[in-house]
Design a binder for this molecule. Structure first.
Ligand SMILES: [Zn+2]
Length: 196
């Protein structure tokens, strides 16, 4: 039986690398895969999933208005695929996560989603919240804080390195950078805990 997977992480944990490696494993054995990524993500250029270690692959893009069940059915008309990979899955709408669940249940096609769990305010992305509710299997792609503990949180910083404590969940086209931290150091950075 096909399953809906959610591989979640914080920023810079290498989830795109894990996705590309998994897709490569299928293709190496002669099985085709279908890659999707969010259209608002301009880091890799439109229609491409790229990792920080230099590998990349072309991908179709989705935004909030797309019906993913339709898109995947259209792709299947052109030929068989072994599974679907979705990068930047935090940007899925709850409806789109349900569409992916239908792909799994009704088309018997595995769907592997990769995305951030929480935003810089420590709040779940709606797409991730729905994936946490619906996924058959979940795995954490791990990275570490500067202290060596597992990083589960992320801070947003402006171009001078100052931590930004408020703002929209999604910031497009700015000069912000992100740093992954453990919860204790995230609280310190957010002013919730005195620095030692
Ligand atoms: Zn830490």
């Amino acid at each position: 039986m096909a399953k809906l997977y959610f591989n979640y992480s914080t920023m810079n944990a290498g989830k795109s690398t894990v996705l590309l490696q998994a897709s490569h494993n299928y293709r190496e054995h002669g099985m085709d895969t279908y890659l999707l990524t969010a259209r608002l993500d301009k880091r890799a250029g439109a229609g491409r999933i790229a990792s920080r270690i230099g590998i990349g692959s072309d991908a179709d893009t989705f935004d909030a208005g797309d019906d993913l069940l339709d898109m995947i059915a259209t792709r299947l008309d052109k030929g068989t695929i072994a599974c679907v990979f979705v990068d930047e899955a935090q940007f899925l709408t709850p409806d789109q996560v349900w569409q992916l669940a239908r792909v799994v249940d009704d088309l018997d096609l595995p769907v592997l989603c990769y995305g951030l769990r929480v935003d810089f305010r420590g709040e779940l992305f709606p797409g991730s919240a729905t994936l946490l509710a619906l996924a058959d299997e979940m795995r954490e792609v791990r990275t570490i804080c500067r202290c060596g503990k597992k990083a589960t949180m992320v801070v947003r910083m402006d171009d001078s390195g100052q931590v930004i404590r408020e703002g929209a969940q999604v910031q497009i086209g700015g000069n912000e950078t992100y740093l992954s931290l453990c919860r204790r150091h995230w609280r310190e950075a957010m002013g919730d805990r005195p620095a030692p």
